[in-house]
Ligand binder design. Sequence first.
Ligand code: ZN
Length: 253
Amino acid sequence: MIDTHAHLYSADFDRDRSEMIDRAIAAGVDQVFLPAIDRATHITLLELARSNPDFFKPMMGLHPCSVGGDFLDELNIVRGYLESERCCAIGEIGLDYYHSIQWKDEQQRAFATQIEWGVEMDLPIVIHSRSSLDDCIAMVKQIGKGRSRGVFHCFGGDVRQAKQAIETGFYLGIGGVVTYKNAGMAKVVAEIPLDYIVLETDAPYLTPVPHRGKRNESSYLFFVAEKIAEIKGISREEVDSITTENAKKIFKV
Ligand SMILES: [Zn+2]
């Protein structure tokens, strides 16, 4: 399996990172893609990626919740790393109106710039969207003009929005939320072909059942794959092989 989205460079793992990585490998995780947030963690992310370049693939980008008055400086730093490092995607980027709309215009400008960079550099984009999915889809359509590809990470929309995202050339990142009873994500997964789904944990956040409430880690990707297999009525191995192929195709790894 490939965990297409996990913040394993986070300080939450400083105590037991190598044991946690061993558990992931034992659970069948072959690779982990590391999404960026902002300049406070870019170097820790890249150092972890360099420590095991076959297992970790770094992304680079400016998270919408880190967009503020200095976003142009932040974008310059991202651009520098995109040119000097081998990154598998631009991410995570997008719009988040849930936490705050104070910097809504700036969030849209930062997202637009990074969508354009994805097209220019032929890199997939990994989109974070919260209370903003229709705006995110509209911006990708308008700015990407069919040339953007990537993942709607932690997809949280309904079936209609899922179909729109797919028509735009994107895949859905499905994680622990699919195991939550009231989230409605099982219905989306049931209706969307597995050819448009990739697996992710978003560790240390969004821990799947049966570990909900504790710190998330990449080994728990097993529970996400198992839940999708149950919804689709197929084996976990089949979920693994199809979603792994999808991830390889999008991220070109
Ligand atoms: Zn994330």
